[in-house]
Design a protein around this ligand. Structure first.
Ligand code: AMP
Ligand code: MG
Length: 405
């Protein structure tokens, strides 16, 4: 019996949990998921300091000629207090002297022989960066189950944190089944086919932050399938393609069942990709996708991607939706929950003209996909649609004016 896409996703969400955590140097944590909240152990900035190369002044001295008492550079200790009639020359990042009421920028004073002339308008507190205004000591600055980016590393380094607790990368084992399949580095005969799914899954799982092992393909026998599964026992997720349909040699599910898989669903109400299976063998998740490359890809994006993200420890495992609209009219067959691959140009969605479950060419063109409900068979130009992002490379091949006017 097939289940709905929503039920399939919910079963996945309920059954996928992050594995253990470990501690890594921050430089090696890029793309990993933080395992706990991190609190600041000191204020940032640590001390009040100057936001400009300039002069620390008293506001009452506005418009007056004053003497330079001292000069403070970044890295120096704070100067003692200074009096009205005096200023402390100060560089960006240097600690402000006691009693500093504002900083006046170097370019706003007039240098005279007997001192410097301050501008007539000086605002209290101008250009002072306050202790703790960026990050307050003891407050959380990084949250559990979020992803580490280059900018997170800046944050961690600014707090002197060298090592961080992250979830372990999911271990994924990938293989395809099919007597017709050859690995892309092997010689091929006319009646055979290169295995394009396994390299695709391998790369996509890597992109999503997994440690991936790759068993190219097995033949369509129970023995061969079972031996591939036995080789994958230490995986968090075994991902296969092929052999899940009703063909005479479709033994994938049977092989896993014979090795103790608990089946959590078989068959989803989705086009393409209906025969997708999901199950568990001890602590290892199993997802069996169909062999047709476009169907495999669509169902990878729809079901495997959220599984991997949840397995990685992230709390952001739901499909992100981009609100867009149809570029042109589009007709398709009613009666199914259809997934339509398309291109997205930042404002409109255009379905890839020729997309069938067995094709490979459309995969590399798709930026995202939309899912239609069973009742409809037509989307008119400009209709609002929600796109699930697949490959949003937010770069452009044409120069555009980005100034907001
Ligand atoms: P199956 O799901 O095994 O019935 O395969 C469905 C179709 O997908 C058949 O035409 C297969 O030849 C093709 N196919 C299966 N596995 C792969 C693969 N790993 N790479 C490319 N095509 C495949
Ligand atoms: Mg097959």
């Amino acid at each position: 019996m097939t289940i709905s896409i929503t039920d399939a996703l919910n079963i996945i969400y309920q059954n996928v949990e992050a594995k253990s955590t470990h501690i890594v140097p921050i430089e090696e944590s890029l793309g990993m998921i933080v395992a706990k909240d991190y609190h600041a152990s000191f204020d940032l900035p640590r001390f009040d300091n100057s936001a400009m190369d300039g002069y620390a002044v008293k506001v009452n001295d506005a418009g007056k000629v004053v003497k330079i008492k001292e000069i403070t550079f970044a890295g120096d200790k704070a100067e003692e207090a200074f009096r009205e009639g005096e200023v402390v020359k100060i560089m960006t990042g240097a600690p402000t002297p006691n009693g500093c009421e504002a900083i006046v920028a170097i370019e706003n004073v007039e240098v005279l022989e007997n001192g410097i002339k301050l501008p007539t308008d000086i605002k209290m507190n101008n250009f002072i960066r306050w202790k703790g205004e960026d990050i307050k000591s003891q407050t959380a600055f990084l949250f559990a189950r979020t992803k580490i980016t280059a900018y997170t590393l800046a944050l961690l380094a600014s707090q002197g944190i060298t090592h961080i607790e992250v979830y372990r990368k999911p271990k994924v084992v990938i293989f395809s089944t099919g007597d017709e399949l050859k690995a892309h580095y092997e010689k091929i005969e006319q009646h055979q086919l290169y295995n394009s799914n396994a390299p695709m899954f391998y790369a996509r799982a890597k992109e999503l932050g997994c440690d991936v092992s790759y068993i190219a393909s097995t033949s369509d026998t129970l023995e061969s399938l079972k031996s591939a599964v036995k080789n994958a026992y230490d995986a968090d997720l075994i991902l296969t393609s092929g052999g899940v349909s009703v063909g005479d040699k479709d033994f994938t599910k049977e092989a896993f069942m014979q090795l103790g898989m608990k089946n959590l669903f078989s068959g989803i109400d989705i086009k393409p990709g209906k025969p997708t299976n999901f199950g568990k063998m001890d602590n290892c998740l199993v997802i069996n996708l169909p062999g047709n490359p476009l169907a495999a890809m669509v169902n990878f994006e729809m079901f495997v991607k959220p599984s991997i993200i949840k397995l990685s420890g992230s709390k952001s495992f739901y499909h992100p939706l981009i609100e867009t609209k149809m570029k042109d009219d589009y007709k398709f067959r009613a009666g199914k929950n259809s997934v339509i691959l398309g291109k997205w140009n930042g404002s409109t969605f255009s379905p890839i003209p020729n997309q069938k479950p067995g094709m490979v060419a459309p995969l590399n063109l798709a930026d995202g996909m939309i899912v239609t409900s069973k009742e409809i068979s037509f989307l008119e130009k400009d209709k609002a649609v929600q796109m699930i992002a697949i490959k949003i490379d937010l770069q452009s091949d044409k120069e555009e004016d980005f100034f907001i006017k």
